[in-house]
Structures are given as structure tokens and as C-alpha cells.
Design a protein around this ligand. Structure first.
Ligand SMILES: Nc1ncnc2c1ncn2[C@@H]1O[C@H](COP(=O)(O)OP(=O)(O)OP(=O)(O)O)[C@@H](O)[C@H]1O
Ligand SMILES: [Mg+2]
Length: 348
């Protein structure tokens, strides 16, 4: 009955889905029209990304949900699964300012946030903004840089500002970080501090493509596709669509029973014998936010338990810590969450 739903291809809303049968929400007629246009544009993003990236639909959907929630994304996957290509393509499909930082072992905090530079002419120090001053930041291979530099980015993510010499400089709005990392057991990596992982709204795992997807990828390459040339990708959405979408997500109705379901799931993680750390109340608010965004993207103005189930793993998997014994026995965060989804009764 209570099958956990993985966010996948089949769940993806068509931009053309009829909305006329949805009961009127708290939005004005004008705001509804804007929201519908925004939904169509955000759905079209998927098509643009697909011009370069074969498959990975649920990752793209997760990224759109994060943008709608103004949340940061951690993308994890083994090398060569198009993590970098995905974000670069998404940034072209969005009319937003985009910067990329390759996190290397010798990267300094100032290389990310910016630094004071002495100006000879004025004999004063000027602040030179680092790449963090942008709308969409690709923090590529974040776990290849030492903790001090990671911390400078994590601080900026949390506070949405950079403090230099006592003065705070706000970051642009939206400011969304897409950080990529290889699974932590890879050599030469610095795992992100577990206590700071919940600054990421979602952790998306980028799977190895299916056989058919991989064949179609090779055919594209054989036909001349060059991943360095993304000129075919058009900007189809921007800050306006994201703002209209956000307003509509805020109007998505929450049944008290669904709120209780979110809480029950999070409480169950705190009692799980396989976990030494369960989901915090902040994690519960995150799950509610992503579920509402997904409900709206799916063309509804109310959240269902299935929305919550679909977003539970991406939103919660990095917010729980396995007990070492459970880890030795081969347990995974996703596996534990799946068990919880199967056991906690969902409202009907
Ligand atoms: N799903 C896919 N669709 C299209 N191309 C793909 C896909 N997966 C891999 N590729 C190809 O593999 C190349 C490597 O992808 P990319 O550099 O984005 O991987 P990555 O996951 O960022 O790897 P790393 O962890 O080493 O940085 C791409 O340029 C593309 O040619
Ligand atoms: Mg990469």
C-alpha cells in the first residue's frame, strides 16, 4: 500500500496539463495566470536540459524544486555521470547570472567569497567580489577542497551574505548553490561536515544511466554532439518565473493530516535503531517545502502524502546519520528511509 515513490520520469508534470478543474486557491486571477505561465516555463527547462543530457529526469526535477524553494543542492554521483554538464546546461536554460568554481585542494576562502584589494590610486582597500556573488553557483567537486574553504561557502549559503572586515555584503537574490561531489570514499576528498549538511535543501544522487540511455548518449556523440558547445540550449525561464512559481507554491494548501504525516516520518527517523541522528525540525520544514513545490509543479494546489513520499529521500537522506554498526551491516540512509516510508501510516 504505502509504496515509497521515487521521483521519476512518470511523475513529471506535462506543461499542458489542464488546471481548470483545480479548485480556486488563495491566488488572484492574475497571479494564477502568471503561475501557470511560470509552470510551463519551468517544465520547459527539462526539455532544454535534455538537449545535452540524456535521462537524469528526476535530478532535473529535483533541481527545479530547489530553485523554487531557493534551496541549495548537493549532487552526488560517481565520476562521469554528467553532474557538471547538467548544471552547466541548466544554467544556460535559465536567464540568471551563473558562475562556476572548481574546488581544488589549494583553493582559498577568498577565492570563493572575495577579498579586500589595495588600490594604489586611492590608497584604500576595495572589496573585490568573489564568484559567490551570483544567482546560480556551481561549486564543482566541493569535497576536493579543505574544510576551511568549504566553510566559507557553507557560511555564505546559510547567511546569504559575506562578511568582510566587519561589514556584511548581501548576496544576490536568488542565490542557489549547486555543489557536486563524488561519493566520499574516493581518495583525496574531504567529507563535508555532517552537522552542516542540512544547509542543503536536497541531496540528489546522480545514477549511472540505463543501458538504453547510455546507447542513446553514444549515438548523440557519434552524430557530432559536443558537450563543450551548449549553444543550442535556450534560456526559457528566469527570476520572474521563479518568483511567480514561489508565490504559487506558498498558496498550496496543506491539510493538517499531511503536516502530521511529515512530522510522523521525521519523528520515526529519530527513533530508528539504525540511525544515531534523526531528522531535525528544520528537516521537517524542508520536506514540507519540497513537497509543496512538487505538488505545484504537478499541477495541484494541495499537497498529498504521495508528494511527501516522493520527496522524502532526496530531502532527508543527508540529514540522518547511520549508526556505525548499521553501516557495517550494509545499511544505507535511503534504505532506512524506505523502511520508514513503508511503516509510517499515510493519511488517506
Ligand atoms: N546522461 C548523459 N547524457 C549525456 N552525456 C553524458 C551523460 N552522462 C555522461 N555524459 C558524457 O560524459 C561526460 C562527462 O560528464 P561530466 O564531466 O559532466 O561528469 P561529472 O559527473 O561531472 O564527472 P566528475 O565527477 O568526474 O566531475 C559529458 O561531457 C558527456 O559527454
Ligand atoms: Mg564534474
Amino acid at each position: 500500500m504505502n509504496q515509497p515513490v521515487e521521483l521519476g520520469k512518470d511523475d513529471v508534470p506535462g506543461g499542458d496539463r489542464a488546471l481548470s478543474d483545480t479548485p480556486p486557491g488563495a491566488l488572484s486571477e492574475e497571479a494564477r495566470r502568471q503561475a501557470d505561465t511560470a509552470r510551463a516555463a519551468l517544465t520547459a527547462l527539462r526539455g532544454e536540459v535534455a538537449k545535452a543530457v540524456v535521462g537524469q529526469d528526476s535530478v532535473v526535477t529535483g533541481l527545479v524544486i530547489a530553485l523554487l524553494c531557493r534551496g541549495h543542492v548537493l549532487l552526488e554521483g560517481v565520476p562521469g555521470t554528467a553532474k557538471t554538464l547538467l548544471i552547466k546546461t541548466l544554467s544556460r536554460a535559465l536567464d540568471l547570472d551563473f558562475k562556476r568554481v572548481q574546488f581544488t585542494p589549494d583553493l582559498m576562502p577568498g577565492d570563493v567569497t572575495g577579498s579586500l584589494v589595495y588600490d594604489n590610486r586611492t590608497s584604500e582597500f576595495d572589496f573585490r567580489e568573489g564568484p559567490v556573488f551570483t544567482n546560480l553557483l556551481l561549486a564543482d567537486e566541493i569535497n576536493r577542497t579543505p574544510p576551511k574553504t568549504q566553510a566559507s561557502l557553507l557560511e555564505a549559503m546559510e547567511e546569504r551574505q559575506v562578511s568582510v572586515e566587519g561589514s556584511a555584503r548581501p548576496l544576490p537574490d536568488p542565490f542557489v548553490v549547486c555543489a557536486t561531489q563524488n561519493p566520499i570514499e574516493y581518495e583525496g576528498t574531504y567529507p563535508l561536515p555532517e552537522a552542516q549538511l542540512d544547509r542543503f535543501l536536497v541531496k540528489l544522487t546522480v545514477p549511472v544511466p540505463t543501458r538504453d540511455e547510455e546507447i542513446s548518449m553514444l549515438q548523440r556523440h557519434a552524430a557530432g554532439f559536443d558537450p563543450r558547445d551548449l549553444s543550442a540550449v535556450q534560456a526559457v525561464a528566469g527570476a520572474g518565473e521563479l518568483a511567480a512559481g514561489r508565490a504559487a507554491v506558498r498558496a498550496v494548501h496543506l491539510d493538517p493530516k499531511v503536516a502530521a504525516y511529515v512530522v510522523d516520518l521525521c519523528r520515526a527517523t529519530r527513533q530508528s535503531p539504525s540511525l544515531q541522528l534523526g531528522v531535525s525540525p528544520r528537516g521537517a520544514t524542508a520536506l514540507l517545502a519540497t513537497s509543496r513545490a512538487w505538488a505545484w509543479l504537478s499541477g495541484r494546489d494541495y499537497v498529498t502524502p504521495d508528494d511527501v513520499k516522493a520527496l522524502a529521500r532526496p530531502t532527508l537522506r543527508h540529514r540522518v546519520q547511520l549508526r556505525p554498526e548499521a553501516e557495517l551491516e550494509g545499511a544505507t540512509a535511503d534504505g532506512v528511509l524506505e523502511g520508514i516510508l513503508a511503516h509510517v501510516p499515510a493519511p488517506r
